[in-house]
Write a protein that binds this ligand. Structure first.
Ligand SMILES: [Zn+2]
Length: 78
């Protein structure tokens, strides 16, 4: 298991996400952004917008995704 924070994934807070793969933590971040924005948080709105844009435009999002994956690979195991 490795840990990446909301901030490491482009968000504004230090909420940690744990996962076996980069995809796990990216999905956790996606959920986290939706959850906090749904509960009225405005600090995460921009990050949520960017995340949605990546799913809509996979080609443009690919650079971010690759960076997140290599960042994750470089992390030590928990
Ligand atoms: Zn956050």
């Amino acid at each position: 298991m490795k840990t990446m924070t909301c901030r490491q994934l482009g968000g504004p807070c230090d909420q940690p996400h744990h996962g076996e793969s980069a995809d796990d933590v990216i999905k956790a971040q996606d959920r986290h952004l939706k959850d906090v924005v749904a509960s009225g948080d405005t600090a995460h709105e921009q990050a949520l917008k960017e995340m949605k844009g990546r799913w809509k435009n996979p080609l443009k999002g690919m650079g971010w995704y690759k960076t997140a994956k290599s960042d994750f690979a470089a992390l030590p195991d928990d």
